[in-house]
Ligand binder design. Structure first.
Ligand code: HEM
Length: 268
């Protein structure tokens, strides 16, 4: 005769907690598939010999998230007009609770973000991870680097002090010397003949909306490609970073390459 044991109070409580946690997750999964997608993204297989240097991309992502969060907080107090910009920055630094910390994190975090992007790019280059089939992800990365530097350039003007003003004069004049598009670009950045209120609001809009929006879109594309193509092994591994082009069985239209299936294609 089978002996049935009544579960202890602790076991019942545990099961209730698990059911309570799973209920909203199951609800979301049934309606969107988002839980499965997140699990797929976080629990992918990566080569066993991956290296600490391969965490630099995630470090750059973390730095970007810190910039986004601190930037949103700063935007609650910053006033983008020539009359109010500098006093609002002084207010953030001297009077807003922890304002000095948030501003400092945003200011120094900008350099950290750029440095991490360069280190990550260096790692990708030294590992040969830009080679086929990851060329497109390299190009997306270059765009991210350009956008990151534009974020630094547009943000530098916002305190509207002497350093900000004259650094922007130099930056815009440099852009103005570019062939063909230079004068147009300088005029566009200034928003007129001189650097003034128009320039400040323009830079603020680019710094707050246009460039971060582009960076978020590019990061999503970048990560999609990382997941689709898989992470590479270090150069000293038997698994090389690049792979042979898939030629063959199916004739391709001129100019087309055959997409490989996820995880397939077999690197050599
Ligand atoms: C906002 C900036 C960036 C973020 C958040 C970012 C994020 C990432 C992450 C999380 C990975 C996978 C893990 C790793 O390899 O570290 C990755 C891989 C990659 N990134 Fe970036 N990245 C950024 C900028 C760049 C730049 C500037 C380049 C080059 C110009 C680049 C090129 C690549 C390539 C080719 C891979 C694939 C490497 C591999 O499979 O081993 N990324 N990125």
């Amino acid at each position: 005769m089978a002996i049935t044991r009544t579960p202890s109070k602790a076991q019942v409580r545990r099961e209730q907690v698990i059911a309570a946690v799973n209920y909203p997750l199951d609800w979301l999964e049934e309606r969107s598939g988002l839980v499965g997608a997140t699990r797929y993204f976080l629990f992918r297989k990566v080569p066993s010999d991956t290296n600490w240097m391969q965490t630099l991309g995630s470090a750059a992502l973390t730095a970007f998230i810190v910039q986004a969060v601190t930037g949103v907080i700063l935007a609650m107090y910053y006033k983008p007009s020539p009359h109010d910009a500098y006093p609002s920055i002084q207010n953030i630094t001297d009077h807003v609770t922890m304002g000095w910390l948030v501003r400092g994190m945003h200011k120094w975090g900008a350099s950290v973000f750029i440095i991490l992007m360069f280190l990550h790019m260096g790692r990708v280059f030294l590992f040969g991870a830009y080679k086929y089939p990851r060329e497109l992800n390299w190009i997306v990365g270059v765009l991210l680097l350009v956008m990151g530097m534009m974020e630094g350039f547009t943000g530098y003007l916002l305190p509207w002090d002497q350093t900000a003003y004259w650094a922007t004069v130099v930056g815009i004049n440099l852009n103005g010397t570019a062939p063909f598009l230079g004068p147009w670009l300088a005029q566009f950045l200034r928003g007129g003949q001189e650097i003034g209120g128009e320039t400040l609001t323009r830079f603020y809009s680019m710094h707050m909306l246009l460039i971060p929006g582009a960076i978020i879109g590019l990061i999503l594309l970048h990560l999609y490609l990382v997941v689709r193509l898989g992470v590479t092994s270090p150069p000293w591994s038997k698994e090389a970073a690049g792979m042979d082009r898939v030629d063959g069985a199916r004739p391709l239209r001129a100019g087309l390459t055959r997409p490989i299936t996820r995880g397939g294609g077999g690197s050599k």
